[in-house]
Design a protein around this ligand. Structure first.
Ligand code: PLP
Length: 433
């Protein structure tokens, strides 16, 4: 490290994400703001990657973490449970979609997806259907960077070089009306067409061979916030039920209040079999994720082997649970889900008013405090910018120079997705911020 404010590539021993550029040092946080070592303040317009739902340095969360550290920081889950983990599980189950009875704690989103995939597979082994070996997921999706999660994910760029290591997963179209809905179709008809495609994929594999359909309820990090059309998930749920296929909804990014309901699937009127949550669960105060499981699966495990054959050293970490419990209590106490809806409408209104007619803004879409702006070279043809221009990287750097953090993506291979900017500000933002 060669200066107090900035780390350069030549001097760092951290294998950072980018090996050709340096990074400013962050030394503090305050509400919706991050503070650099040079004193520069950054408005956290994306909550990192849709993580910091309560912003930074929330006093109630810090107090809860301090209290837990003073009491007990860590006890291995093969020896003990802890009061705080039990309380957090009680809270999550009390607010979970109906029938979801248990929580499996992990340290983040990819781990949550890995655990959900294994839970789904083991469920069918437990109930005597070991022939079920296939997952179906969607293109332009992201489910994490570990090998199982990467395999179900449909982000072509992230998958490309690891393809030979990935289990074979069938990918169908995501719900992406701006690009895929035909002018002659209503949103509902478009949704039905997508479910028809899923149905064909199931038939090709044989419904009795499929473990689960995996989808982000509201797509996030690959195509810049994809909200489902009305009725899509209900029809998906019915189709899965007809074949005995599990529905795994990944709400690592869109869940825990981000879209204005605690779980995004509430707005779709569906209950999944497994629901993954992470980012907003601990709000960035500690690394924590979880899988919410339907009692049907848990009952099968109980009556079968009596063991979920999985586990990590840090699952249910006491300080992480304390942080998450405090984050969730603050959200409930301060009515922040309502606040997300009010602020979200305001953000939408301002985005549409100020960017809606911009020649390079193709689409503005989202829900709650989760918004994506899709950038195009040409509004009429919806043509993307050349990925080689790395527009998203320039945009990120330019916004940072202006003191704003946004989360842009783009330039993926196979022409699958172009440049997008994702906005996911903390729920505690003011209108002015
Ligand atoms: N699932 C979704 C929907 C995500 O958006 C992400 C991360 O962006 C993940 C899984 C992976 O989470 P993590 O980065 O915590 O491993």
């Amino acid at each position: 490290m060669n200066t107090l404010t900035h780390v350069s590539q030549e001097d760092t021993h951290i294998l950072h994400r980018q090996l050709r550029s340096g990074l400013p040092l962050a030394v503090g946080g305050e509400g919706a703001w991050l503070i650099g070592a040079d004193g520069k303040r950054y408005l956290d317009g994306s909550g990192g990657a849709a993580v910091s739902c309560l912003g930074h340095a929330h006093p109630d969360v810090l107090a809860a973490m301090h209290a837990q550290i003073d009491r007990l920081a860590y006890a291995h889950t093969s020896f003990f449970s802890t009061e705080v983990a039990e309380q957090l599980a009680d809270q999550l189950v009390a607010t979970a979609p109906e029938g979801m009875s248990h929580v499996y704690f992990v340290s983040g989103g990819s781990e949550a997806v890995e655990a959900a995939l294994k839970m789904a597979r083991q469920y069918f082994v437990e109930i005597g259907q070991p022939q079920r070996q296939h997952f179906i997921a969607r293109r332009q999706s992201y489910h994490g960077n570990t090998l199982g999660a990467l395999a179900v994910g449909g982000n072509a760029w992230r998958r490309a070089q690891f393809q030979p290591l990935l289990i074979d997963v069938t990918h169908v179209a995501p719900c992406y009306p701006y690009r895929d809905q035909a002018p002659t179709e209503t949103p509902e008809q478009y949704g039905q067409r997508l479910v028809g495609e899923l149905s064909q994929a199931i038939d090709q594999l044989g419904g009795e061979n499929v473990i689960a359909f995996v989808a982000e309820t509201v797509g996030g990090a690959t195509a810049g916030v994809l909200t489902p059309v009305p009725g899509y998930f209900k029809a998906v749920r019915e189709l899965c039920d007809r074949h005995g296929i599990l529905l795994i909804l990944d709400e690592v990014m869109c869940g825990m209040g981000r879209t204005g309901t605690l779980h995004a699937c509430e707005a779709e009127g569906v209950v999944p079999d497994l629901l993954t949550i992470a980012k907003g669960l601990g709000g960035g105060y500690q690394p924590i994720g979880a899988v919410l499981a339907h009692h049907r699966l848990v009952d099968a495990f109980r009556q079968g082997s009596g063991l979920f054959q999985h586990g990590h050293t840090y699952l249910g970490h006491a300080v992480a649970c304390a942080a998450a419990l405090a984050v969730q209590q603050v959200i409930a106490r301060d009515g922040l889900l309502d606040r997300v809806q009010v602020l979200g409408s305001y953000l939408e209104q301002r985005l549409r008013a100020e960017l809606g007619q911009h020649p390079h803004v193709g689409d503005i879409r989202g829900r709650g405090l989760f918004w994506g702006v899709e950038l195009v070279a040409d509004r009429d043809t919806k043509q993307w910018f050349d990925p080689a221009r790395k527009l998203h990287a320039k945009l990120k750097a330019d916004a940072m120079a202006r003191g704003i953090l946004v989360y842009p993506m783009g330039g993926t291979v196979d022409g699958q997705a172009g440049d997008h900017v994702l906005l996911a500000p903390p729920f505690i933002c003011s209108e002015a911020e």
